[in-house]
Write a protein that binds this ligand. Structure first.
Ligand code: NDP
Length: 419
């Protein structure tokens, strides 16, 4: 295995290894996939399937999709399979009867999966439920491909500190952060001017504010480039996803909000760029397919064969860029506000957004009200004097819980205003 924490920030240890010391990974790597039945899980399993003999599977987990989990566990000969839904244990046991694969159920079993001795862990559980398992993997100093946004958005400071302390290696799996991860290796911290995260602009990039306000669910789900789950697709349409990514980048790479810019790039070919003091800008490009950043994490510090279509720039012809519009997409500006406020404000931003998106899917609020609810919750939280440093996972989960409650309380007012 590659060495864990590498110092890029002077004396400060950082869990993201921003210098590739080229120590090759073990010939055969054991891996665990948390959230194996999801979209990121599927891309990860596809890469594992394409490299037989190079990886062994220690553990696979899901929430309640027993059928898909059991199928994967059998196919890959996993040692352990676990579902978060405790009521599904007997179904899982039945589905894996006679295979010798150990089974578990409940939150504790997902954490156990993360604790088992895999070299590499894909953290792709969706939502705040992904935090404790990712921390469990970090605490034993594993290499973690981090897809779950909530670990950083809800608990970024202490998640990164704990990972660095344990010697864990955090490999950014989100495409934009993976691009920055690759580009940052070209320089030192004191040579960095800013990082630039690109955004497709989503389906409403060219729409007027009044039309965005009343966009339907079907319209919000029509992402021009990426095929992703429902929640993240809606977040892309509102640009809340880009807001979450700005927050992620700040915690992952220890950057101030002023060092992170967003650039709209409708083709989604350039995923992230880093500008250095000599004004050289290093960029990572690729077809929009999550299997490319996941392959980079899976192979790191080496490179493995990818599964996405190779990039054909001549065929694409043109790459275009625009400044983001913070007026039509107020959720993006709110992310910067939350990041500057710190002290749990980004946890509140995420929690309120989750409530708002669920309300939009349930047709309780209009699309434009998503950002309004997030803003009202953030303001209410700050006015109530609730901002305070987060001390641990339980604290972050408590803030998440209380912020959701506040957002639920504010929801009827927002729904009324927007109707
Ligand atoms: P999906 O909804 O497709 O999959 C989520 C996975 O987590 C499934 O395996 C699901 O199991 C499992 N899961 C859900 N709830 C729980 C729970 N409470 N406890 C344990 N396991 C649970 O999500 P994605 O794969 O799209 O995303 C995963 C994470 O990666 C998210 O944080 C997302 O923001 C992030 N991400 C996703 C990208 C993408 O392209 N999809 C890009 C970048 C980041 P089951 O199938 O049984 O429900």
């Amino acid at each position: 295995m590659a060495s864990a924490a590498v110092s890029w920030f002077g004396d400060e240890m950082n869990a993201v290894p921003l210098r590739n010391n080229k120590t090759s990974a073990a010939a055969v790597r054991s891996v665990t996939v948390l959230g194996a039945t999801g979209s990121i899980g599927d891309s990860t399993m596809d890469l594992l399937r394409a490299a037989p003999g190079r990886y062994t599977v220690e553990a696979l987990t899901a929430n309640g999709n027993v059928e898909a989990l059991a199928k994967l566990a059998r196919e890959f000969g996993a040692r352990f399979a676990a579902v978060a839904d405790a009521s599904k244990l007997s179904a899982l046991r039945e589905a894996l009867a006679g295979t010798g694969i150990e089974t578990g159920a409940g939150e504790g079993a997902i954490i156990e999966a993360a604790q088992r001795p895999a070299d590499w862990v894909m953290a792709a559980v969706s939502g705040a439920a992904g935090l404790k398992p990712a921390l469990a993997a970090a605490d034993r100093g594993a290499s973690i491909a981090l897809a779950n946004k909530e670990c950083l958005v809800c608990a970024g400071d202490f998640f990164m500190q704990r990972a660095a302390k344990a010697g864990a290696c955090i490999l950014p799996a989100d495409s934009e952060h993976n691009a920055l991860f690759q580009a940052l290796a070209s320089g030192n911290r004191d040579e960095l001017v800013r990082v630039i995260i690109t955004a497709s602009g989503g389906p409403f990039r060219t729409w007027k504010a009044a039309d965005i306000e009343k966009a339907t669910l079907a319209q919000a789900l029509k992402h021009p480039n990426w095929s992703m789950g429902q929640k993240i697709t809606i977040d892309s349409a509102s640009m809340m996803n880009k807001g979450l990514e700005v927050i992620e980048a700040s915690y992952l790479f220890a950057l101030s909000p002023d060092e992170i810019d967003v650039l709209v790039h409708p083709q989604s070919i350039v995923h992230g760029m880093v500008e250095f003091s000599d004004y050289s800008v290093m960029a990572q490009l690729g077809t929009p397919d999550m299997r490319t950043p996941i392959a980079h994490c899976l192979g790191w510090p080496d490179r493995i064969k990818g599964r996405a279509a190779p990039l054909d720039l001549a065929k694409i012809g043109q790459l275009t860029f625009e400044a983001p519009d913070y007026v039509r997409f107020p959720g993006l500006k709110l992310a910067y506000d939350a990041l500057r406020a710190g002290n749990g404000a980004t946890t509140v931003y995420n929690a309120a957004n989750e409530i708002a998106v669920a309300a939009f899917i349930g047709e309780k609020i209009r699309f434009g009200a998503i950002a309004q609810l997030v803003e009202a919750t953030l303001n209410g939280w700050i006015r109530a004097g609730n901002l305070a440093p987060l001390t641990g996972a339980d604290d972050a989960i408590a803030v998440d819980h209380d912020a959701r409650k506040m957002a639920m309380t504010l929801l009827p007012q927002i729904a009324l205003k927007a109707s």
